[in-house]
Design a protein around this ligand. Structure first.
Ligand code: 5GP
Length: 174
């Protein structure tokens, strides 16, 4: 099924913002090595593009968590489908998220990773929808774009597993 899609954030805007984020992140980690922890599958495009701009000592690891069922609605149930391959105890970690919506996924993830006692744990998200937040007090260290309460697709984000390959962030027009 094809949908009509409006561009919300263009490819050029994403590229520019990622350069700015990478500069900020590099400065903050100040030459120390760190691990990017990407959340499958939504954060893959962002993680890859961000990693390429971080010309410093980094490692990549992935977790898979499911929080959304098919369609647009959150199931509210978080399931860990794949854990990290490398231990992060004593390491510096940067969580790389596609979008923070209710905040449930991120708060579970932070709790899970903190149990492993990393040295530093920071959070970077491409998109933030603060109007939708249910879990209070989540600290996001780096945000690409704050967006309104709209269901977005593209650049890793799906609608029923489709549209992840769009090079921009779009909104489905019903
Ligand atoms: P949260 O737990 O913060 O409610 O949801 C986080 C996850 O829900 C994201 O990692 C993403 O997979 C999914 N999600 C939240 N909002 C959107 C959206 O607007 N579009 C898409 N495609 N996924 C979303």
């Amino acid at each position: 099924m094809q949908h009509n899609i409006d561009v919300l954030i263009s490819q050029a805007e994403i590229e520019k913002r990622i350069e700015e984020l990478a500069t900020e992140i590099k400065r903050d980690f100040n030459g120390e090595s760190f691990t990017l922890v990407g959340i499958l599958k939504g954060s893959v495009m962002f993680m890859v593009d961000l990693a390429k701009k971080l010309d410093c000592d980094i490692e990549l690891d992935f977790m898979d968590i499911s929080s959304y069922g098919a369609g647009k609605e959150s199931s509210g149930v978080i399931q860990f489908l794949k854990d990290l391959e490398q231990p992060i105890t004593g390491k510096n970690v940067l969580i790389v998220e596609d979008i923070v919506d209710t905040g449930r996924t991120l708060s579970h993830l932070i709790k899970h990773l903190k149990n492993q006692e990393p040295n530093i744990l920071k959070v970077c998200t491409l998109l933030d929808k603060p109007e939708r937040r249910v879990v209070e007090g989540i600290k996001i260290d780096y945000t690409g774009f704050v967006i309104p309460d709209k269901f977005v697709i593209g650049y890793g984000l799906d609608y029923d597993q489709k549209y992840r390959n769009l090079p921009y962030i779009g909104v489905v027009i019903d």
